[in-house]
Design a protein around this ligand. Structure first.
Ligand code: DQA
Length: 145
């Protein structure tokens, strides 16, 4: 299996950035655990972070041609703004889980709406970096129906 983990803008600053919301783990530490979790299950996990909407859209388009079976995505601030990223996921029709480190529903009202949740297989928020591990564990077991 091939699972793509996408991280949106500002997530490269994890560890430094508002640890009360996002925890102390760096993105490299989180990614390292996800890659190891994939290897232990005999799956390939690719991780990609970008602060640019365009690059995230292009990486999603590339899943048309590559072997990606499942996407785990934290769209970060694009969650609340990006019709374009939503449309890219709708276009490629890959099953995906939406992850947020923080509980977006306990925060500002503008974080309560997501352009992704109704297309997602499921949504995990508020469980910190563990949320990615739960999403990956789901992706590893996922059978397209
Ligand atoms: C986030 C929540 C978003 O509202 C915010 O813009 C982020 C990170 C999270 O993981 O909790 O950048 O997606």
């Amino acid at each position: 299996r091939n699972i793509l983990v996408l991280h949106g803008p500002n997530l490269n600053l994890l560890g430094l950035r508002e640890p009360q919301h996002y925890g102390a783990d760096t993105l490299d530490a989180i990614n390292g655990r996800l890659i190891a979790q994939g290897q232990a299950a005999g799956a390939k996990v690719e991780v990609f972070q970008s602060n640019r909407e365009y690059e995230l859209i292009e990486r999603i388009h590339a899943t048309f041609a590559d072997q990606t079976d499942f996407i785990v995505i934290n769209p970060a601030a694009f969650t609340h703004t990006s019709v374009a990223l939503r449309d890219a996921l709708a276009a490629v029709k890959k099953p995906f889980v939406e992850v947020h480190l923080s509980n977006v529903h306990a925060r500002e009202a503008f974080r309560h709406h997501s352009f992704f949740s109704d297309l997602a297989v499921g949504v995990i928020c508020g469980l910190g970096a563990r949320g990615y591990e739960y999403a990956l564990s789901f992706a590893l077991d996922y059978k397209a129906s």
